[in-house]
Design a protein around this ligand. Sequence first.
Ligand code: NAD
Ligand code: GLY
Length: 360
Amino acid sequence: MSILNVALGARSYSIHIAPGLLDHPEPILSCLRLKKVAVVTNDVVGPLYLERLCAGLRGAGVEVASVILPDGEAHKDWPTLNLIFDMLLREHCERATTLIALGGGVVGDMAGFAAACYQRGMPFIQVPTTLLAQVDSSVGGKTAINHPLGKNMIGAFHQPRLVLADTATLATLPTRELSAGLAEIIKYGLIRDAGFFAWLEQHIDALRALEPEALAWAIERSCRNKAEVVAADETEQGVRALLNLGHTFGHAIEAGLGYGQWLHGEAVAAGTMMAVELSRRLGWLGDAELARIEALFLAAGLPVFGPPLGADVYLALMAHDKKVEGGKLRLVLLRALGQAVVASEIDRADIAAAIGARCR
Ligand code: NAD
Ligand code: GLY
């Protein structure tokens, strides 16, 4: 088992990564303030893993309430969020009850936001069950729901008390979802870890085949990268913005097509290629580097072109990005492979041209 620390002073917490953790709730038990938890999951993950998690907790004398949300990004909204509050109130959950998010990034982001709001803040634990959630969304305390005009626009920073990543749960994950998680793994290589990018080029097939050693190493290295960035800049005043490589373009794809059409990781992959193309046009990356990045996304089973929404539609949707400051779009680009920067003085025509070149 790997155990990493997210160093945030009094709010520090650990990330446990190993197969079979669902059957070993001891780390959860040591986090609880009351012997009562409320589990949030969905109608895909619930039938697979809810009972196993609950059985271990009940066996240790913990009272367990739960709610099963409808699955999918299209339900990352107010009415679905309210189902969590309904359950918490119905089950007389107190501020010291611990909420547990069991599922992918959608469940994690919604449960985390509910925990940030319920009685002005209750403790929560992330039990991520997708690759994307195990390498990214469960760590760092960003929680949110979507608005029709913008992705993750309504939310809060609220750190979990613990992240418990049972890598064996990935065995039931659909192939397309596994690829979506690989997009966020590749992101760490691109923004700050060129050595990891080179390792991924060698091991991408092993990861797609769920080879345990390769998988454990990639999850650990991704979480280590994320934990370092979050510890340095919890609320995204600076360096944390780099974790959004490809996301400004990608969020436009998700909102433009309607949430749930493209997976988040797919949109991030195509969006990253737009950022890479723009970086190439600025002279920061060469053709060979663009080709390497494109080849890795393709080998991961990810799209490398966005849908042809039209550059104006992309730019209008991108104007809602959370990195916009004083009305100015700020984009994460690559100065070099392994070195991301935030750029704010990029010509609109250059952005439109890069989008046009990477849509098909
Ligand atoms: P998801 O939560 O929709 O999960 C993908 C699909 O897999 C769903 O149908 C889900 O029910 C199913 N599933 C989950 N675990 C499974 C398992 N073990 N076996 C079988 N099926 C399983 O999507 P995701 O890719 O995990 O997360 C995407 C979301 O995460 C987006 O909303 C994105 O905005 C958010 N996100 C948040 C952060 C953050 O820092 N908070 C970072 C990245 C992404
Ligand atoms: N996924 C971006 C972040 O956590 O900051």
